[in-house]
Design a protein. Structure first.
Length: 116
């Protein structure tokens, strides 16, 4: 077989595993929106999606945001979100975890950024 054919076959064989590795957004209520304001307690600025934990309304929320590259291109590079900062998040709540949301918008330091 030609090298290009082998490369294409290899790429096609890996495709299903890459698709399964990334979760979908179906576990979030698309028709419901929540807004929270609180203090960041934890930041995980890694792929596949940046996430933060926020103390708000007497509970700790986990907010799933854009991938690292998306955060950077939208003006929120690594280091722009730190523990102790006040944030307002708007997003969709998780269907089975009442303390998790998929963030669509974040306001931090007087700057509002659309994440999707």
């Amino acid at each position: 077989m030609r090298p290009l054919t082998l490369l294409l076959l290899f790429a096609v064989a890996l495709l299903p595993s890459r698709l399964l590795a990334h979760h979908g957004w179906s576990q979030y209520h698309r028709d419901q929106t929540v807004t929270i304001t609180g203090l960041i307690t934890e930041v995980d600025f890694t792929n596949p999606h940046v996430s933060i934990k926020v103390e708000a309304g007497g509970k700790t929320w986990k907010a799933i945001m854009a991938p690292v590259y998306g955060m950077q291109t939208r003006g929120l590079p690594s280091g722009s979100l730190r523990s102790g900062m006040e944030v307002t998040l708007v997003g969709h709540p998780h269907r089975s975890n009442p303390n998790e949301m998929r963030a669509e918008r974040i306001t931090v330091g007087g700057k509002t950024v659309e994440l999707r």
